[in-house]
Design a protein around this ligand. Structure first.
Ligand code: FMN
Ligand code: SF4
Length: 499
């Protein structure tokens, strides 16, 4: 297969000295020699796109940060290490092997956008990575790699939404991970807006009220949020140049991408592949192909993009290659589904995941999402009729109405792709031709050990109010946690450390 080692090291880099001995630090040294604008120009020329899911051009994002600098507060760089997309384990794999190049990328970002502070946003449950990154930060500071830049390691909640950029900034600011209406890059909105508007807010809600008010954007300090893998690419681009970065990959998707393959394959795993490699090859090489005696029916790229039917497996793994077949690269998570897997059950699993993880600030997303989960469960259990299917199609088309964040759009895209791509799978349940099954477990990955992915089984008990209580309280998270920031101690939104 087309492989290259750029961000996912094959062996473990244990110390900063070891990293330096392998040319670590060259990117930061080069960045210190030039004007910040040249750093951004090099990134723009490289064509690097964000690996957190949306594929936004990284250089353009950094330039926007500079253009939106606050006149009163410095910019912050945030490393998004929340990794919650079902079927994805790439960021934790990168960090376990080598956290130093991610920190180097963050320090280069701080130089480029004029930040004095880096927040490394992990999840509290990612303890192996928390320990590793904490030690790496201490080494970087002790060896004088970060003069004038403070580090903070933030241990956030487990919720899927915590990875969404504005929800992440909310959590870092001590609120719950609810997406906000605001330019996505603004951090500390409430604090600054409160000062600018001269009024206090004790609300635990996201910062929508403040942003809807008479806030002067010049005061809001921007935060540059970049994914772990994105930042892992930066140091070598600056050290070796944009042309070097473009020696592999495609024109629109230069470089490599770190893919996770799970599901009905002989083994599960993570590997770095050159952009443009056919998906079939990625599955063969990382997963060893489909389980013995089975055929691939489809591939689910997490819960962010349309399902990929088996006949399209020769599509190139790149932003343009997967979007050309009606799907998308997302965070390069490929959940392989063989011919024994019931796709109505998969649709029910996707709907449950997105319905439960929805925060409930937008009614169609939360209530419509949960309704879809229920209706689809009815189909997979063969307890539904034609009218149920009509309801499902209607709600799938409206679940994203007035959506504040992209989660609801994902819900619509993924469900409609399964409904329209595999109508027979649903019809078979209505006709009594398919065996009744429970929804397929779609949840975040806890680890991959000896080629076996460990999916978060606790998600089966997670309630739509984000508790694991035997009974749901009937409240959506936005109402349950919105009343008081510290009111409910079963949900701890934030822990700040290591400033
Ligand atoms: C529901 C949802 C969950 C997300 N989860 C993650 C995540 O776990 N990690 C991540 O890096 N980006 C995640 N994102 C994307 C971020 O919002 C954001 O685009 C990304 O951190 C930007 O970094 P990049 O430009 O380097 O990709 C998520 C987006 C949505 C809508
Ligand atoms: S679209 Fe859904 S997840 Fe996003 S803010 Fe609205 S309710 Fe929350």
């Amino acid at each position: 297969m087309n492989t290259a080692v750029r961000v996912l090291f094959t062996d473990t880099i244990s110390t900063l000295d070891e990293y330096a001995a392998r040319r670590g630090g060259e990117g930061l040294a080069a960045a210190r020699q030039v004007n910040p604008d040249l750093i951004i120009k090099e990134l723009e020329a490289s064509g690097l796109r964000g690996r957190g899911g949306a594929g936004f051009p990284t250089g353009r994002k950094w330039r926007t940060m500079v253009e939106n600098r606050s006149s009163v507060e410095p910019t912050t760089v945030v490393v998004n290490a929340a990794e919650g997309e079902p079927g994805t384990f790439k960021d934790r794999s990168i960090l376990r092997k080598n956290p130093y190049h991610v920190l180097e990328g963050a320090l280069i970002a701080a130089l480029a956008v004029g930040a004095d502070h880096v927040v490394f946003a992990l999840k509290r449950s990612f303890q192996p990575e928390v320990v590793r990154v904490r030690a790496a930060i201490a080494e970087v500071q002790a060896k004088g790699w970060a003069p004038g830049v403070g580090f903070e390691l933030f241990e956030g909640p487990d919720e899927y939404l915590y990875g969404e950029e504005t929800a992440l900034l909310e959590a870092i600011d001590g609120r719950f991970p609810f997406p906000r209406i605001a330019p996505p890059f603004h951090r500390g909105v409430e604090r600054v807006a409160v000062r600018a508007a001269g009024e206090a807010s004790g609300s635990g809600q996201s910062a929508r009220v403040e942003m809807a008010g008479p806030t002067d954007d010049r005061f809001a300090p921007p935060a540059l949020v970049d994914n772990v893998e994105t930042l892992a690419n930066v140091a070598r681009i600056i050290a070796r140049g944009a042309a070097w970065f473009r020696t592999v990959g495609t024109e629109e998707s230069p470089g490599t991408v770190v893919c996770t393959v799970t599901g009905s394959t002989r083994r599960h795993g993570v590997a770095e592949v050159i952009m443009g490699t056919p998906l079939r090859e990625v599955i063969e090489s990382i997963g060893g192909g489909c389980l013995r005696g089975r055929r691939i029916k489809a591939v689910l790229p997490g819960v962010s993009n349309g399902i990929i039917p088996a006949e399209l497996l020769d599509a190139p793994v790149s932003y343009e290659g997967l979007s050309a077949i009606g799907s998308g690269l997302g965070s390069a998570s490929f959940i392989v589904l063989d011919d024994s897997v019931d796709l109505a059950a998969v649709a029910a699993g996707v709907a449950r995941f997105l319905g439960v993880e929805s925060c409930g600030q937008c009614t169609p997303c939360k209530h419509g999402g949960l309704l879809l989960a229920d209706l689809l469960k009815g189909v997979s259990r063969s307890q539904a009729d034609e009218r149920t299917l009509e309801f499902i199609n209607t709600h799938a088309s409206t679940v994203n109405e007035q959506a504040r964040c992209y989660l609801a759009h994902q819900h619509k895209i993924v469900l409609q792709s399964i409904l329209s791509g595999f109508p027979g799978e649903f019809q078979a349940h209505l006709n009594g031709e398919a065996v009744a099954v429970e929804p397929y477990l779609i949840a975040e990955l806890i680890d991959i050990v000896d080629g076996v992915a460990i999916c978060d089984e606790r998600f089966r008990e997670k309630q739509p109010d984000w508790s694991h209580d035997p009974q749901t309280r009937g409240k959506v998270p936005a109402d349950r946690f919105g009343e008081n920031r510290l009111g409910d101690r079963t949900f701890m939104p934030a822990r700040r450390a290591d400033r």
